[in-house]
Design a protein around this ligand. Structure first.
Ligand code: 5GP
Ligand code: MN
Length: 319
C-alpha cells in the first residue's frame, strides 16, 4: 500500500484527477483525498481536476470551489483516481509533466501505472481505497470529520449500490458504519445522489425499457437510444445513469446493454452482468474496460449491427 504522508510531505503542488464524465465514486474519492490533504497540509497547492460534476453534487463540501480551472501549474505529484491516465481528459498534459505520478483504482482492467500505484479490484470503490490510505496515514482520525466522512461514504455507496452489489465486503460495511458515526445526513445523501431521478430521466428510463429487445434466448437484453430519441425526450448524455441496471433486473437476463448515441454520432455502450458473464472482457474486446459486472466501451456503426457485435462477444463469455 502506498503512503500518503511519505508521498506528499515534500510536494508543493499536488494534482488530483479522476476520469472524464465523473461518477459518484470518482467525485467522492477526489473530494475526499483533497479534503484530507488540505487539512494535513493547509499551505500546499492542491488542485482537483475533474469535469464539472452533475448539479446534484453541488451541495458537497468544496465541490464548486475546488475544481481546477486550468491554471498553469507544474505539479510535483499527481494522483489519478478511479481511472487510467488516458481517461482524465484535460488533466492529462499536467499529469504528463508532473514529477511523480500515482494511480489509485479498483478497476480490474487497470494493471496499475505511474511511479507508484495502489490498485485493488476487490475493493468496492476507489473511495474505499482512499479511506484505507487515510486510515493508514491518520489512524486516530485526527483529520476525519463529517464533511470528509460524507464524501467517502458517497463514493462507496455509489459504486456498491448502497451496499447491495457483490463488491460489498464486510470491510465495506464496517467502513460505512464508522463513517455514519460522524453524523452527516446519510439517508438524504442516498436519496438525492442514488435514487432520485429528474422527470426527464424517468421518461428516458421508460422509453429505454419499452424499446428494449432480447437476444440469446432471453439472456441478453439491450436498448438503443438515438440522438433523435434524446432530443424528443429532452434528454442529455448525463441522464442515462442507472437505466442499464434496470434493464439487467429482467428475470433470466445474464447481461444488459444500454447503447446511446453521443454528439459525435458514435455509440456509448454500458454493460451490466448478473455475475455469470464477465462483461469487462466484452468491453475490453472493443477497446473499453471496467469490471466483471459493470463495464463500457464506445462503438461506431449502425445500432442493430452493434447489438449483433455485442451479442457475439457475449456468447463467447456465457458458459
Ligand atoms: P458505465 O456503464 O457506468 O459508464 O461504466 C461502467 C464501468 O465501466 C465503470 O467502472 C467505468 O469506469 C467503466 N467504463 C465505461 N466505459 C469505459 C471505457 O470506454 N473504457 C474503460 N476503460 N472503462 C470504461
Ligand atoms: Mn469506481
Amino acid at each position: 500500500m502506498i503512503n500518503l504522508i511519505a508521498l506528499c510531505r515534500d510536494a508543493n503542488a499536488i494534482g488530483i484527477a479522476g476520469h472524464i464524465k465523473p461518477d459518484g465514486d470518482c467525485i467522492g474519492s477526489a473530494l475526499s483525498l483533497w479534503q484530507f490533504l488540505k487539512k494535513v497540509y493547509p499551505d500546499k497547492k492542491i488542485d482537483v481536476w475533474l469535469e464539472k460534476p452533475a448539479a446534484l453534487y453541488d451541495f458537497l463540501p468544496g465541490v464548486k470551489e475546488i475544481v481546477a480551472d486550468g491554471a498553469e501549474t507544474d505539479y510535483d505529484l499527481f494522483f489519478v483516481l478511479d481511472s487510467v491516465a488516458e481517461r482524465i481528459g484535460a488533466a492529462k498534459e499536467y499529469y504528463d509533466r508532473a514529477k511523480k505520478k500515482v494511480n489509485i483504482d479498483h478497476h480490474v482492467t487497470n494493471p496499475g501505472e505511474g511511479d507508484e500505484y495502489y490498485v485493488d479490484p476487490e475493493a468496492s470503490s476507489t473511495s474505499e481505497l482512499i479511506y484505507r490510505l487515510i486510515k493508514k496515514a491518520d489512524p486516530d482520525g485526527t483529520f476525519m470529520d463529517a464533511a470528509l466522512a460524507e464524501t467517502l461514504y458517497l463514493g462507496i455507496i455509489q459504486d456498491c449500490g448502497v451496499f447491495q452489489y457483490s463488491n460489498t465486503s464486510p470491510e465495506t460495511l464496517r467502513i460505512g458504519a464508522e463513517l455514519i458515526s460522524y453524523g452527516f445526513d446519510f439517508s438524504k445523501l442516498i436519496d438525492t445522489t442514488f435514487y432520485e431521478k429528474s422527470y426527464v430521466q424517468n421518461k428516458l428510463l421508460g422509453f429505454a425499457l419499452s424499446n428494449s429487445k432480447v437476444g440469446l434466448d432471453g439472456e441478453f437484453i439491450y436498448s438503443i437510444v438515438t440522438r433523435e430519441d434524446m432530443d424528443r425526450l429532452g434528454a442529455t448524455d448525463q441522464d442515462f445513469e442507472g437505466i442499464v441496471n434496470q434493464l439487467r433486473y429482467t428475470r433470466g437476463v445474464k447481461a444488459a446493454a444500454l447503447i446511446h448515441q453521443t454528439k459525435d454520432g458514435k455509440y456509448k455502450v454500458s454493460l451490466r452482468s448478473s455475475g455469470e458473464v464477465d462483461v469487462s472482457k466484452v468491453a475490453l474486446s472493443f477497446g473499453g474496460g471496467g469490471h466483471v459486472r459493470a463495464a463500457g466501451c464506445t462503438l461506431s456503426g449502425n445500432g442493430e449491427e452493434m447489438a449483433d457485435m455485442l451479442e457475439k462477444e457475449l456468447k463467447k463469455q456465457i458458459k
